[in-house]
Design a protein around this ligand. Structure first.
Ligand code: COI
Length: 381
């Protein structure tokens, strides 16, 4: 597979060449109630390098630990870093399952292409993810809502300060046992609507999973916390379009004027929104007759442009029923108030409402292998 800086090179990532070097000592497992998102890592990681002369190296499982890099590496200076997040769950049959991992892999390929990183074969990465999950099975908590979070990352390792695409890269895949994303568990989070800083813009990288989308949000996040809010509701444009919440997609549940059930609304994929796997899954479930029947919910999924004026209006009319932060890490989490122009828009309840509860339950049932749904649960063995 070639790269713009070296079109002739042909060695693509080959999972069948995986070398395995296991750790001599294994770490003790941690009680699950003490797990914090992304703090604990398993015993091993997978690494592979891309060199313009040879293409992708044979990948290797090795003990988890520091990596040595040239300090001039492009990732440290120009932000070449694309990553994914997906979870492996232990099912009642003892099998480890991933949730729609093909979507993560296609997104990883797109993210790498957007940053002009050397091309990567997502199917090969998925094969490696499965191998790592099987090696690290003892790290998978059995309790519902707990899983092994997998973080495949590709960084630009071209040594040197030239402002150009990196023709070297490092792939590493980490595994981290995880439970609830927010410290408060399933209690609702508060959001501060922010428009002076923006998360993404047309033509930018908001629809790709690249590291550069995240760190510019940290300072506004600190400011929001100082004002007593948990997360940011990112707005865009003069018309204050609603885009995302923190590092997650955002949905609202709105009572319809025609009395025919509820609208489940989220921003459309206009290039500024991350095409989340859980986002796509919630939209598909909401529109599915079987899901509607089993939950007795009449839902109308809608991807569209909607603004803070819409939210204020729906709230004042008593139609705004639920607000949801949705993503791989949180799955489906409730929001209880949105700070905007010095006031709070209050969402009823302090936990998940009926729609959030039904979506979360169904997604967890699929993820944890209690139900089969359109091939979304993918066994790792
Ligand atoms: C997710 O919702 O999984 C995210 O992408 C957020 C974050 C952990 C990067």
């Amino acid at each position: 597979m070639g790269h713009p800086t070296n079109p002739g090179c042909s060695a693509s990532l080959d999972a069948s060449k995986l070398k395995i070097t296991l750790s001599e000592t294994l770490k003790p497992l941690q009680p699950i109630e003490t797990l914090q998102f992304g703090k604990t890592f398993s015993d091993h990681m997978i690494v592979a390098t891309y060199d313009p002369a040879v293409g992708w190296s044979a990948p290797e499982v090795k003990p988890y630990g520091p990596i040595a890099l040239d300090p001039a590496s492009s990732c440290f200076h120009y932000g070449g870093n694309a990553f994914e997040g997906l979870k492996a769950y232990l099912g009642p049959d003892g099998e480890a399952r991933l949730f729609r991992p093909d979507l993560n892999m296609r997104r990883l390929e797109r993210s790498c292409a957007r940053l002009a990183l050397p091309p990567i074969d997502g199917d090969a990465v998925l094969e490696l993810v499965k191998r790592l999950v099987n090696i690290e099975k003892r790290w998978m908590p059995e309790e519902s809502g707990y899983s092994l979070y997998i973080r495949p990352t590709i960084i630009a390792t071209r040594p040197g300060l030239a402002v150009t695409a990196s023709d070297h890269a490092l792939l590493y895949i980490l595994a981290s046992p995880t439970g609830p994303y927010f410290p408060q568990g399933l209690e609702a989070v508060s959001l501060l609507a922010v428009s002076d800083n923006v998360r993404a813009w047309p033509g930018g990288t908001g629809s790709h999973k690249v590291a550069g989308n995240y760190s510019p949000g940290f300072l506004p996040q600190i400011a929001a916390a100082q004002q007593g809010y948990d997360q940011i509701l990112w707005l865009f444009g003069e018309d204050r379009r609603i885009t995302e919440a923190g590092a997650m997609n955002f949905f609202v549940v709105v009572k319809r004027d025609d009395g025919d059930g509820l609208d489940l609304i989220t921003a459309s994929l206009d290039g500024t929104i991350l095409p989340g796997v859980t986002r796509a899954s919630c939209l598909a479930l909401a529109g599915d007759p079987e899901f509607q029947k089993e939950t007795s919910l009449r839902l109308h999924p809608q991807e569209k442009l909607y603004t803070m004026s819409d939210l204020v209006k729906w709230s004042s009319e008593g139609k705004l029923l639920e607000a949801l932060a949705i993503g791989t890490a949180v799955i489906v989490g409730p929001c209880n108030r949105i700070g905007y122009e010095g006031k709070d828009i209050v969402i009823p309840g302090n936990g998940l409402g009926p729609v959030g509860t039904a979506l979360r339950k169904k997604i967890l049932d699929i993820q944890e292998g209690r139900t089969n749904w359109q091939g979304w649960g993918v066994v790792c063995s």
